[in-house]
Ligand binder design. Structure first.
Ligand code: ADP
Ligand code: MG
Length: 244
């Protein structure tokens, strides 16, 4: 068995009186592509954000490569440079060109040589099909192009794992495929990924594992073929009836 990249132990998160995550204990292994599915409000984003401590768990522990990151001594910025997140709304830096967006963190955080970062950035922009956009500003891009820049920016950190929170939800339908195709190519490179998504076709085809969240707990944790053919719990059945 390869090592767990992420491990959670009795992870709980509450906002005031609202218990959003309830004792989640799980592991995500190197090379896995985990699709996190579930109804709106079931805690998917919170779960993802607890993995790199964008949200601080109320209780429980999170380990990244067996290092406990919920421990206050952890340098979380360092962890986040190899456990990167891609957001629904891209979060590009508006005052930077596409290429600057991609090279900023490698230069600032990883102290990569500027010329080297630029070369690598151009290469990554080529990979996501945007080499010719290197010098434009994000405002000139479509949503799908912005998201591909965000993915190139994430890859520029040479991360061990990428967390995606509904990366295609803010996109016009005709843009979705380009972004999913880029994500599919990452899956083939065996980059570990956790992806919150409502794209059932993508989850079925590309994920190696499905986690179905229901009211803050993992209600199902299984293979895509099992989940889509034979969901076990009623909530998953209802969910799939609505989604498919
Ligand atoms: P999902 O991503 O599955 O739709 P979320 O993790 O975003 O669900 O939210 C789960 C629940 O937690 C929702 O009821 C949401 O309103 C609540 N919630 C999320 N973030 C916050 C926050 N920062 N403050 C208060 N409540 C929150
Ligand atoms: Mg969400």
């Amino acid at each position: 068995m390869s090592q767990a990249v992420i491990r959670t132990e009795f992870l709980c998160k509450s906002f005031g009186k609202l218990d959003v995550l309830k004792d989640i204990s799980t592991e995500i292994y190197q090379g896995e592509v985990v699709a996190i599915l579930g109804p709106s409000g079931s805690g998917k984003s919170t779960f993802l954000r607890c993995m790199n401590l964008l949200e601080r768990p109320t209780k429980g522990r999170v380990y990244f490569n067996e290092q406990e990151i919920t421990n206050s001594k952890t340098n979380i910025l360092k962890v986040r440079s190899s456990l990167v997140m891609v957001f629904q709304h891209f979060n590009l830096f508006p005052h930077m060109t596409v290429l600057q967006n991609v090279t900023y963190a490698p230069i600032k955080v990883k102290k990569v040589d500027k010329q080297q970062a630029k070369q690598k950035g151009l290469e990554l922009l080529g990979k996501v099909g945007l080499a010719e956009k290197a010098d434009v500003y994000p405002s000139k891009l479509s949503g799908g192009q912005k998201q591909r820049v965000a993915i190139a920016r994430a890859l520029a950190m040479e991360p061990e794992m990428i967390l995606f929170d509904e990366p295609t939800s803010a996109l016009d339908p005709e843009m979705v495929k380009d972004v999913l195709d880029v994500m599919k190519s990452l899956a083939q490179l065996e980059i570990t990924m956790a992806i919150v998504t409502h794209e059932m076709g993508f989850a079925r085809e590309v994920a190696s594992r499905i986690m179905f969240l229901d009211r803050g707990s993992i209600a199902e944790d299984t293979t895509p073929s099992e989940f889509f053919r034979n969901p076990q719990c009623d909530r998953a059945k209802q969910f799939l009836e609505k989604m498919l």
